[in-house]
Design a protein around this ligand. Structure first.
Ligand code: GLN
Length: 192
C-alpha cells in the first residue's frame, strides 16, 4: 500500500523526515509518497503527518496564516497519526508559555521553550524509549522542556524530564529523531 505522508515544510529537516518515513514504511512492507506542506488543501489527503523543528513562533504564524492549523486538528480528530518534533511539539502542545505561539492543543502537555539551559543548547543522549528494545540516540537542539503532562503518556525522559510523549495519535519529542538515520521513532509514531 502507498501512504501519503505530509511533512510540514515551513522550516527545517524536511528531507530527513521524508527519509525516515520512507524507511519506516519499508519496514512494514509499505511505501510512502512524501508531500511537502506549505499551504492548505494538502493535509486532508495525508495519511500521516510530520511537524519538524525550527522556530515555533514562525511555524505557528504560518500554520495560522495559511489555514493549515485547522486541517491538522481535523487530521488528529480523524485518528490519523502525527509526529511532532521539537518546535513541532511546542506548536502541538496545550501551552507554550509564549503568546506568539498559538498552540494547536493536540498534545496534553505544557512546555517551556529553550529551557534545557544555556550551556546545554545542544546535547546528545541515549534514551530508553517505551516500545523500543534498544536505546535511541537523541539529538537535542535548543530543545523545549515538557514541564507538565496532562492526559498523555510519557514515552521517554532525560534528567527526570519527559522528552517523548504520546497523546492518542500524536507523538511529540523534544529531540530530533530525524537526524541519526534511525527511523524507530517514526516507526513508533506512524506504524505502532
Ligand atoms: N528553540 C526552538 C523554539 O523554541 C525549537 C528548536 C528546534 O526545533 N530545534 O521554537
Amino acid at each position: 500500500m502507498t501512504l501519503t505522508a505530509g511533512v510540514l515544510a515551513v522550516q527545517g529537516d524536511v528531507s530527513e523526515h521524508a527519509a525516515a518515513i520512507s524507511d519506516a514504511a519499508e519496514t512494514h512492507g509499505e511505501t510512502a509518497d512524501v508531500v511537502e506542506i506549505r499551504q492548505s488543501g494538502i493535509v486532508p489527503d495525508c495519511d500521516l503527518l510530520a511537524i519538524p523543528g525550527g522556530e515555533s513562533t514562525t511555524i505557528s504564524r504560518l500554520l495560522d496564516r495559511e489555514g493549515i492549523a485547522p486541517e491538522v486538528v481535523d487530521h488528529v480528530e480523524a485518528g490519523k497519526p502525527v509526529l511532532a518534533t521539537c518546535a513541532g511539539l511546542i506548536v502541538c502542545s496545550t501551552d507554550a508559555n509564549d503568546d506568539r505561539v498559538d498552540t494547536l492543543d493536540l498534545l496534553d502537555v505544557s512546555v517551556e521553550r529553550n529551557a534545557f539551559g544555556r550551556q546545554k543548547d545542544s546535547f546528545e543522549a541515549p534514551l530508553d524509549v517505551t516500545g523500543l528494545d534498544e536505546p535511541f540516540h537523541a539529538v537535542f537542539i535548543r530543545a523545549p522542556v515538557i514541564d507538565e503532562v496532562g492526559d498523555a503518556e510519557v514515552l521517554a525522559s532525560w534528567d527526570d524530564r519527559p522528552v517523548a510523549v504520546r497523546d492518542g495519535p500524536v507523538v511529540g519529542t523534544s529531540f530530533h529523531p530525524e537526524l541519526t538515520g534511525d527511523s524507530r521513532i517514526h516507526d513508533l509514531a506512524f506504524f505502532e
